[in-house]
Design a protein around this ligand. Structure first.
Ligand code: PLP
Length: 400
């Protein structure tokens, strides 16, 4: 019989994948399904990136790259961190990985001992607790409630820290809530961290450029330079540059950590695809107005979706300050029954019924550690979003 390693047993199946798989099945059966389940920009990658990747291929830039990243890309990342985040790294302090996801994988594999705790503010992107558990770590969830704008509160963080805490994950703008942390919020978090010198921070800033209403993302390492020696600041090309398929993520951090992570990557995947790295260099140097245009588009879509959801009885919807997700609360419909007789006992029931009966794919909040909510992505066209909101409204109105 097939043996599955213990480290994989009991890991949750990411509900994001489960919902999009079911959506695909329904489509194959002929249903007109609108999927707002995936966090994937619906814009093309920058043409400069495509051209640079093709040129690199033609120029024979097709050999094994250095494990930690091509010098040209590391230089562009050093420059990006300095200009956009106020952070100073040497090229040796930068690691280029196969997406932001591999940065997290490398970091946890390089540092976690069995039983080490990783504080994950909830709601959270599904991969942090899963990767932590794969490495023998223990995720410790800290709820960030809708009433506090889904921001991490210093007292809640303080209460979660134990002698076994190894990492705090800080993902703002947040997937799935869209919350950001402003400078004052980060200063309060930094104060807590000053009292806990054994705690390291994984600052996942992959949505940094997607912020709304003139708000700007700030990096923890810039707010608290005295803590920079234990902050890993990660980012990537996927969200701001619409380059999900290129698989280029990166991080800047303390040299010993970056060295350990590079050693993990060396034995897992080696360096990132040379053509993708050439594309990333070109994208980082391409006109920033393009990112700004996407940001403005997401903001307009957010306004449409939030207005439509707030009009519904039984739903609440905080206005996300960043990223491209809405995370409405659905406690007002829990206990009701759908037209086809499904009981809404949880957000999972709601999301399933919404998909089966109204053909709108979303992700239940349970997947992100905070219920009852659903996450919908507004990385979709206005027409799709309007139609999806109309279907959600019709569905919610028929609940009894
Ligand atoms: N971090 C967050 C918060 C994300 O939502 C995602 C993707 O969904 C990632 C990291 C990983 O991005 P990638 O591995 O595609 O660079």
């Amino acid at each position: 019989t097939f043996h599955v390693a213990g480290r994989l047993r009991g890991l949750p199946q990411p509900a994001t994948i489960a919902m999009s798989t079911r959506a695909r099945e329904l489509r194959a059966e002929g249903a007109d399904v609108i999927s707002l389940a995936l966090g994937e920009p619906d814009f093309p990658s920058p043409p400069e990136a495509v051209e640079a990747a093709a040129a690199a291929g033609r120029a024979g830039d097709t050999r094994y790259p250095p494990i930690g990243g091509q010098p040209a890309l590391k230089a562009a990342i050093v420059d990006k961190f300095r200009r956009q985040n106020g952070l100073d790294f040497t090229p040796e302090q930068i690691l280029v990985a196969n997406g932001g996801k591999q940065v997290i994988f490398n970091a946890f594999m390089a540092t976690l001992e069995p039983g080490d705790e990783v504080i994950v503010p909830a709601p959270y992107w599904v991969s942090y607790p899963i990767i932590a558990r794969m490495m023998g770590g223990v995720p410790v969830e800290v709820p960030c409630h809708e009433a506090s704008g889904f921001r991490l509160r210093p007292l809640a963080l303080r209460a979660a820290i134990t002698p076994r805490t190894r990492w705090l994950v800080l993902n703002f703008p947040n997937n799935p809530s869209g919350a950001i942390m402003e400078r004052a919020d980060l200063e309060a978090i930094a104060d807590v961290l000053r009292d806990a010198p054994h705690v390291w921070v994984l600052a996942d800033e992959i949505y940094e450029h997607l912020t709304f209403d003139g708000r700007k993302h700030v990096s923890l390492a810039a707010v608290a330079p005295d803590l920079a020696g234990r902050i890993l600041t990660m980012n990537g090309m996927a969200k701001a540059y619409a380059m999900t398929g290129w698989r280029v993520g990166f991080a800047g951090g303390p040299l010993p950590l970056i060295k350990a992570m590079t050693s993990v990557q060396s034995n897992a995947t080696s360096g990132v695809c040379t053509l993708a790295q050439a594309g990333a260099v070109a994208a980082l140097g391409s006109p920033f107005e393009r990112v700004e245009t996407m940001r403005a588009t997401y903001q307009a879509r957010r306004d449409r979706v939030v207005a439509a959801l707030r009009a519904l009885d039984g739903l609440t919807c905080a206005r996300p300050d960043g990223a491209f997700y809405a995370y409405p609360g659905i406690s007002g419909v829990i206990g009701k029954t759908s037209a086809r007789g499904r009981l809404m006992a949880s957000d999972l029931d709601f999301a399933e019924a919404l998909l089966e009966e109204a053909h709108v794919a979303t992700v239940p909040g349970a997947a992100f550690g905070m219920s009852p909510h659903i996450r919908l992505s507004f990385a979709a066209s206005d027409a799709q979003l309007d139609e999806a909101c109309r279907r959600i409204a019709d569905f919610v109105r028929t609940l009894r």
